[in-house]
Ligand binder design. Structure first.
Ligand code: CP
Length: 315
């Protein structure tokens, strides 16, 4: 059984709910007793990051340490690993796979993590691959929704911002489309629309969605804001045209239903004003705080004798 985590589509809804329950238990134990079983004792996990990160790398490393494992890390692998000398990802993981028991990779190119998984002797975890996917972020996003609403179905979710390049949105849509009666609203400038592969996926699976250029407030359960990413624009003028298109302030936040939540994978630039931080709908810091528990659960499953997470079931 392969224990790689490459894309959201690989998980079944049944196993996701089981995972959420495991995360909840780990979170409760950590917050209540401050201790965890040391299921990673004797394990070394490598974090290989070719792009900057605060939350993903550090929350993975925190999770590893809390479970008794040790970390090998290169946080600027594009410059400071032998990739700078032209080494392929395949050769890199074949070697690191002999130094570590699992490898967590963030890369700037879509598909690189899948290439690594195809040859790696140890489990590979996708920590974000270019504009492709970021499945562990989506897991913590889905868990945040699950904790707040008590379920992950029958929700009206709007995604706001750069939907063309936002890998967290792509992964989260795949997850939320596994659960019944969710409705998707994609809010973006025309130049940053959600890509056709996701829209096709939703059409084929008979999901209802809407594309618009305006933030919605009526009946919305989840507003998921994203950053417009400067590095994704070849021409700085194109970036200037769309930067600041969507800024959520308290005027907008207070029009959302009381039970509604505002999320963001972070880092934010100007998408959500600081005044919203104390709005009861703001969930983004709690969302980031869920990261270590979600990643503890994933690692626990990867090294479990009989993991449920990787069992192939009907999606
Ligand atoms: N959300 C997220 O991936 O954050 P980092 O880039 O800081 O890891």
């Amino acid at each position: 059984m392969s224990r790689h985590i490459v894309e959201s589509q690989q998980f079944s809804p049944h196993n996701l709910i089981k995972l959420f329950k495991l995360i909840k238990t780990l979170e409760y134990h950590q917050k209540t007793f401050g201790i965890q079983e040391h299921c990673l004792k004797g394990k070394i996990i490598a974090t290989l990051f070719y792009q900057p990160s605060t939350r993903t790398r550090l929350s993975f490393e925190s999770a590893i340490m809390r479970l008794g494992g040790q970390v090998l890390t290169t946080e600027n692998a594009k410059e400071f690993s032998s990739a700078a000398k032209g080494e392929t990802i395949e050769d890199t993981v074949r070697v690191i796979g002999q130094y570590a028991d699992a490898i967590i990779i963030r890369h700037y190119e879509e598909g690189t993590v899948a290439r690594a998984a195809a040859v790696s002797p140890v489990p590979i975890i996708n920590a974000g691959d270019g504009p492709g996917q970021h499945p562990t972020q989506a897991l913590l996003d889905a868990y945040t929704i699950y904790k707040h609403f008590g379920n992950v179905s029958n929700l009206k979710i709007q995604f706001v911002g750069d939907l063309a390049n936002g890998r967290t949105v792509r992964s989260l849509v795949y997850f939320m489309a596994k659960f019944p009666r969710n409705y998707f609203i994609f809010v973006s400038p025309k130049s940053l629309r959600m890509k056709n592969d996701i829209l096709e996926y939703l059409k084929v699976h008979h999901w209802r969605y809407q594309e618009t250029t305006k933030i919605q407030t009526e009946g919305i359960d989840v507003t998921y804001a994203t950053r417009i990413q400067e590095q994704c624009f070849a021409d700085p003028e194109d970036f200037k045209q769309v930067f600041g298109t969507y800024i959520i302030d308290n005027k907008i936040a207070n029009k959302l239903p009381e039970k509604s939540i505002i999320m963001h994978p972070l880092p934010r630039v100007n998408e959500i004003m600081l005044e919203v931080d104390s709005n009861p709908r703001a969930k983004y810091f709690e969302q980031a705080g869920n990261g270590p528990y979600v990643r503890m659960a994933i690692l626990k499953q990867i090294f479990a004798e009989h993991p449920f997470l990787f069992k192939r079931e009907e999606n």
